[in-house]
Design a protein around this ligand. Structure first.
Ligand code: M6R
Length: 614
């Protein structure tokens, strides 16, 4: 949730930290702060609100020059977003400064302990506890690394901590448990970040850390231990996307840029995953074909948009493999004592690979001896590392809080997985698989065609600037599309929006329909006659009650025209793949409407990109 940056080297630490925070701000933007060591003292500034407030404050009152420091951008958990609760937090003697991502669950006990020992705690945060504990421990041990190891052994919950000690201007020490942290390996300088975007401008060599590890960086060294001080090693990797991927590239929002990148990332997500003849080759799936043949049940888990990707996956996987497939919100799944066996395949979908709800769910699933396959976008993140297998989605960095290309590539990965399972288990003929692969291969062009007509959707957004409620209807694979269309509007435009399965309408939601209410209707392709015709009936029913219908239907489907107040034509694709093209106008609509309303599209209120607390 929060974004963290650490630096030690020869350059000006404040410039590097502020730049890193700018790239981390998508993770949380309730406050921002910086602390550095200058001439044996901690110098620090922090401000509630967006990073710009901190930047203004530093421009007015510059901090002394320093070559070591830490920075933080916050998504508030303990205590409201104000200057006092902003990170970094300092120990009582101002010797140690700490930034933190996560929740220290035993903080009340630790706070009471500190207060009974005369600690003067000024914020409402759990982080300040860590700062005080670290400062007290470093005063005893004289060594920040040892102090970090000792303090981490006392903490419960999820945390990334990054600390500096005014008496030791050479080292930044960090630790992680269930919360992300990567090391950037430079020449004569080293970096820490919640993800690689924090330092991508300076190095693409990164070091991935395991759970419960402490890392100490100096200009020339990186040392990793566990919480007991036993030396450990991180896993080095190369970040294969460049700086431009983390920049807006002329777009007003990252989100809009990411929407328009979708043709390219669909190609990337398919790259190397099939032969020219259409045989799937998933070298990265480290679950044997024998084990996949034994799978008797699939449970797909995820949260938010990733959960909707799972709902689409269910239609494809069951249809192609005949394996029963359930989809569940990861946080519901984890705490309801689900029945899992060694023949259950749990598919965990997560763009960030750090979502705490999903992480806890996969840990639980593996304890029950189920196999876990992650579908993930973020190399080196925790969920794929703790899974038995991974399919990376190759969407590149997704900076906007609202997921777009992350979702579309999750869908591609789900299709690829479904077809692979069908291939391994022989539930589809080779030519059927090859035909679907060929249809997937055409998706970049189909999506591009929808994007080329963005202006039609933008006009719709202009026409609905005063809407206070918008509904979305879909059937079959169009149902998750409706849910996602509504989520995007809630997230970005802050207006009431609901997605319904069209068949459910008459069981209650139709009572919401009133004169002029805009309703997006996702119509299945004509090839699926029953589904298609039933959707048309639903559209007629709501139109008869005064709804304004905005119909998404495949080009050439003349049967919808009499019932569509507005028509968005979609390229002709197989039914099961239709979400890939149908989602695009809904993404564009939400992005444009939020822009017109003056909302911050990339950083919507109350949200954070990566939800690393349960
Ligand atoms: O990183 P993840 O895919 O695990 O994130 C899951 C959800 O938090 C995420 O999809 C969220 O719903 C997005 N803000 C949707 O736009």
């Amino acid at each position: 949730m929060c974004g963290i940056v650490g630096y030690v080297g020869e350059q000006s630490a404040s410039g590097i930290i502020i730049e890193g925070l700018r790239r981390m701000e998508y993770r949380g933007y309730d406050s921002a702060g910086i602390a550095m060591i200058s001439e044996g003292s901690i110098v620090s500034d922090k401000k509630a609100g967006k990073l710009a407030n901190l930047v203004d404050s530093l421009a007015e009152n510059p901090l002394p020059k320093a070559q070591i420091g830490i920075g933080h951008t916050r998504w508030a958990t303990h205590g409201p977003p104000n200057d006092v609760n902003a990170h970094p937090h300092l120990g009582q003697q101002r010797r140690v400064a700490v930034v933190h991502n996560g929740i220290i669950e035993n903080f009340t006990t630790l706070r009471e302990e500190l207060e009974s020992d005369n600690a003067d705690l000024i914020s409402e945060t759990d982080t300040e506890i860590a700062a005080h504990l670290l400062e007290r421990t470093v005063a005893e041990t004289g060594d920040l690394t040892t102090a970090m190891q000792q303090v981490c052994r006392r903490l419960e919950g999820a945390f990334t901590l990054v600390a500096i000690d005014a008496n030791d201007p050479e080292r930044v020490v960090a630790a992680r448990r269930n919360s992300p942290l990567v090391v950037g390996l430079g020449q004569g300088e080293n970096f820490l970040g919640s993800d690689v975007a924090a330092f991508i401008e300076h190095t693409r060599d990164a070091l991935e850390l395991a759970q419960d590890q402490v890392v100490t960086i100096t200009r020339d060294s990186v040392e990793v231990t566990d919480f007991d001080g036993t030396p450990a090693t991180g896993k080095q990797y190369y970040v294969d996307w460049d700086l431009s991927a983390a920049e807006k590239g002329g777009y007003d929002w990252f989100m809009r840029k990411e929407i328009f990148e979708q043709p390219e990332v669909i190609s990337d997500a398919l790259l190397g995953r099939h032969t020219p003849e259409g045989t799937l080759q998933l070298d990265e799936v480290r679950i044997s074909e024998g084990e996949l043949r034994d799978v008797d049940r699939i449970v797909v888990i995820g949260c938010g948009t990733a959960h909707y990707a799972g709902l689409v996956a269910k239609y494809a996987i069951e249809h192609w493999t005949r394996i029963p497939c359930e989809v569940e919100l990861a946080h519901e799944f984890r705490y309801r004592d689900p029945i899992l066996t060694r023949n259950t395949l749990v598919v965990a979908i997560s763009q960030s690979g750090e979502t705490a709800d999903t992480l806890m769910a996969i840990r639980y699933a593996r304890q029950q001896r189920a196999k876990v396959l992650a579908i993930c976008n973020t190399n080196g993140s925790t969920i794929p590392r703790e899974s038995d297998a991974v399919i990376y989605t190759h969407a590149g960095p997704e900076i906007a809080v609202a997921s777009t290309k992350g979702l579309i590539t999750q869908l591609i990965a789900c299709y690829v997985l479904g077809l692979y399972l069908a291939q391994v288990r022989g539930t589809l003929y080779g030519d059927e698989i090859a035909n679907t692969i060929s249809a997937l291969g055409q998706m970049p062009d189909k999506v591009q065609a929808v994007l080329d007509d963005a202006e039609t959707v933008y006009q719709l957004a202009r026409d609905h600037i005063d809407a206070s409620s918008i509904l979305f209807l879909g059937r079959h694979a169009g149902y998750p599309v409706a849910l996602e269309g509504a989520l995007k509007l809630k997230e970005l435009a802050y207006i009431h929006a609901e997605g319904f399965a069209a068949g459910e309408l008459k069981h209650g939601p139709i009572a919401l329909i009133k004169e002029g209410l805009p309703v997006f209707c996702v119509v299945p392709p004509k090839g699926r006659d029953q589904l298609h015709d039933k959707m048309i009936s639903a559209i007629q029913e709501i139109r008869a009650r005064g709804a304004k219908t905005i119909v998404l239907a495949e080009a050439g489907d003349d049967s919808v025209k009499p019932f569509a107040d507005e028509l968005i034509e979609l390229p002709v694709v197989p039914t099961i793949l239709q979400p890939v093209v149908a989602l695009i106008p809904l993404q564009l609509f939400a992005c444009e409407l939020a822009t017109l309303l003056g909302n911050d599209v990339d950083q919507p209120r109350n949200l954070a990109k990566s939800v690393t607390v349960e």
